[in-house]
Structures are given as C-alpha cells and as structure tokens.
Design a protein around this ligand. Structure first.
Ligand SMILES: NC(=O)c1ccc[n+]([C@@H]2O[C@H](COP(=O)([O-])OP(=O)(O)OC[C@H]3O[C@@H](n4cnc5c(N)ncnc54)[C@H](OP(=O)(O)O)[C@@H]3O)[C@@H](O)[C@H]2O)c1
Length: 338
C-alpha cells in the first residue's frame, strides 16, 4: 500500500488577506502510533476564522513550517491503547492533516444520536453551535419576544444563532450578510424576518430601515460598522454579545467606526464578550436542547461541505471571503462514515 500522509503547513505570515502562497501541503510517511496512542485517519475538518488570527506572529499563533491545529473528526485505524478501539470515531484538534497520532486524553468520543450526521459535531452541536447557544442563553440571557440583530448572519455562528433564537421564542430576527442570495436563504430557510446586505449602504441606515423600532439584543460576529450601528439601534437595557471581530482579522489597521459612548450609559446597555472554550461544561446541555429538535426536523443543519482534503486551504480562504453559507466543513472524499 502506497498511502502517505499529508499535512498543511503555514509557510509565511500574511499582510492582509492570506492566499494559497502562505501554505504548503507536506507529504510524509504515515506515522506509527507509540504505545498509549492511536493513529487516526481524519474524515471531516473544521476551518475557522480564528485560524486567520493564528496566522499572525502572536503568542499562541501557528508556528511556521509545522502542521497546523484545528478541530477535526477522524476514525481510529491503528491503536496501541485499550482506550481507543480501532474503528472508533473521535473528535480531536490535530486538524489540517490527513492522519494524526492521538492520545485518549486529547480526544473526545462522540455520542451518536439517531439520524444526526457526523458533520453536526463540527457545526450545530460543535463549537459553532455552542457559541451561538452560550451567546443567547448565558451572555444575552434572551427573553421570549425580544428582538435580535445578528451580524455575519449567514455564517456558522450566525445561522445557529438565528435557528436557536427562533426555538427560544425570540421576537423579530434581523440579520446582515454579504450578498442578496444569502439574505434570501436566511429569510426562506433559517427563520430570519429581515436580512440586508451590508454592501448596500451605510449599515446604520440599513439597520434603521430593517428594525425601525429598535432591537433588544445584538449578536456580533463582525465588529466595525455593524457594532457602531447596533449601539444606535439598541433599546434601553439592550445587550451586545461580542462573539467575534472578523471585519478586523484581515485589515487590522483600518480605522474603526465611532459610536456614541453616551448611548451605553443613557440606554443602560451591556456589552460582553466571551470565548466558547470557557463554556465547554455546557456541551451536554446543548445536546439536550438541540438533538430532539434535530431529530424532529424543527432544527436543520446549515453547512457548506467541501469535498477533498486537497481543497482545505481553498475552503479556508473562501470562508474569509464569504463563500460559505452556514458552517464550512471539509470532508474526506472516500469511505466516509456519516
Ligand atoms: N467567541 C468565540 O468563542 C467564537 C467561537 C466561534 C466563532 N467566533 C467568531 O464568530 C465569528 C463567526 O465565525 P464562524 O465560524 O461562524 O464563521 P462564518 O460566519 O461561518 O464565516 C465568516 C463569515 O464572515 C463574513 N465576513 C467576512 N469578512 C467580513 C467583513 N469584513 N464584514 C462583515 N462580514 C464579513 C463572511 O460572510 P458575508 O458574506 O456575510 O460577508 C463569512 O462567510 C467570527 O468572528 C469568529 O471569529 C467566536
């Protein structure tokens, strides 16, 4: 058998948007797992906006010319530990490569729920869904009937936020996205009431038209102009859930839009950011909430699935340019259990 392993390395630090030239696919022999570990063949990979932040020369960032990290689901193909059986499906963080040597401590066995595909553990039941769930239930503390505005509403976190908000009894759902087709999709399929394209004018004007009576909660994946506009649109006791700042990841030196700081005081607003890794204890609660809805069909998956590990860099770059709808996931081409 001539199978070899492939891993993606970052080879240079980007200024602005990264390109394929900042990465290399590096081939090697398939590793032998030492005693106490197992060899996993990866099947599904998550590529995420935070990987763009890790490409910069910052503490905790990606090392150059070394395999990258990322969330992935794989199958144990050779084991030298009784705790990882051959054939078992596991979640771990040695993504961006076809094969990984893992230890039981650094892997998570995934619960299998009837009719729930494996991709869900990287989308609505994974870090993406958990981020949306934490944002709504713990940070915003969403109340029934409250009106919501979501930025990057057609992405992984944005679609999960919209679907969960509907199930939690939210009032009006307003989103902003980068294209008319994404806006149509969100209104037709995901349960948003009004969605606008942020390219169509000043965001404050577009939001003013979409939510003329204001909003109670803003779930912010973007920062910048969207955040400034939302501060103006929030009602008294409104909450801003700061999830991410994707408008800055590729243009860190762009001037930041201003907003009226007095609004925070006069309207008694609360702005709170969070990192999902500090809420992993809510994983089981997310399963309890979301799985019955998935099984009954009241909750659907929003995923853009790209076939073939050789397209993982393109998938990542495409996501940064808005080519995904829902969570972007890369899938091994052959022999993939679902
Ligand atoms: N706090 C946490 O623990 C946590 C966890 C997960 C994710 N996040 C953050 O949540 C956000 C969404 O993550 P995700 O994984 O769900 O990614 P995603 O939304 O699926 O993908 C990124 C989307 O961002 C939009 N975008 C890109 N550049 C933009 C810009 N300059 N202005 C406005 N929109 C832009 C694009 O959609 P358009 O076509 O609409 O522009 C793109 O599809 C990111 O900021 C990420 O860092 C935070």
């Amino acid at each position: 058998m001539n199978e070899t392993a492939l891993a993606v390395h970052q080879t240079a630090r980007p200024q602005g948007f990264p390109t394929a030239d900042h990465f290399a696919f590096v081939e090697s022999a398939i590793p032998d797992p030492p005693v106490g570990s197992a060899l996993v063949r990866n099947l599904y990979w998550s590529v995420d906006p935070y990987h763009r932040e890790m490409m910069d020369d910052l503490p905790g960032g990606f090392a150059l010319d070394a395999p990258l990290e990322g969330r992935t689901i794989g199958q144990v193909v050779a084991s030298r530990t009784p705790r990882l059986a051959e054939g078992e499906i596991v979640f771990h963080r040695q993504g961006w490569r076809t094969h990984a040597v893992v230890t039981p401590e650094k892997t998570r066995q995934l619960p299998r729920f009837d009719s729930v595909p494996l991709t869900a553990y990287l989308s609505i039941l994974g870090g993406t869904g958990l981020t949306a769930y934490v944002g709504l239930t713990r940070v915003a503390r969403l109340q029934e009937g409250e009106d919501l505005f979501v930025s990057a509403a057609a992405g992984g976190v944005g679609t999960a936020t919209g679907r969960f908000a509907r199930l939690l009894g939210a009032g009006r759902l307003v989103g902003c996205v980068g294209s008319a087709s994404k806006a149509d999709h969100l209104m037709r399929e995901v349960g948003y009431d009004t969605v606008f394209d942020y390219h169509d004018g000043p965001v404050a004007d577009l939001l003013g038209k979409a939510a003329p009576d204001g909003i109670d909660v803003f779930v912010d994946n973007v920062g910048g102009e969207q955040l400034a506009a939302a501060v103006g649109a929030l009602r008294e006791f409104g909450r801003i859930v700061r999830v991410g700042t994707i408008s800055q990841y590729n243009t860190p030196n762009a001037p930041l839009p201003r907003f009226n700081y007095a609004d925070i005081v006069e309207k008694s607003l609360r702005m709170e950011g969070f990192l999902v890794r500090n809420y992993l204890d809510l994983q089981e609660e997310l399963y309890e909430f979301a799985v019955p809805y998935l099984q009954s069909g009241r909750l659907a998956l929003d995923e853009t699935v790209v076939d073939g590990f050789e397209h993982i860099v393109d998938a990542f770059l495409g996501m940064l340019h808005g080519q995904n709808t829902g969570k972007i996931i890369v899938r091994e081409r052959t022999r993939v259990p679902s």
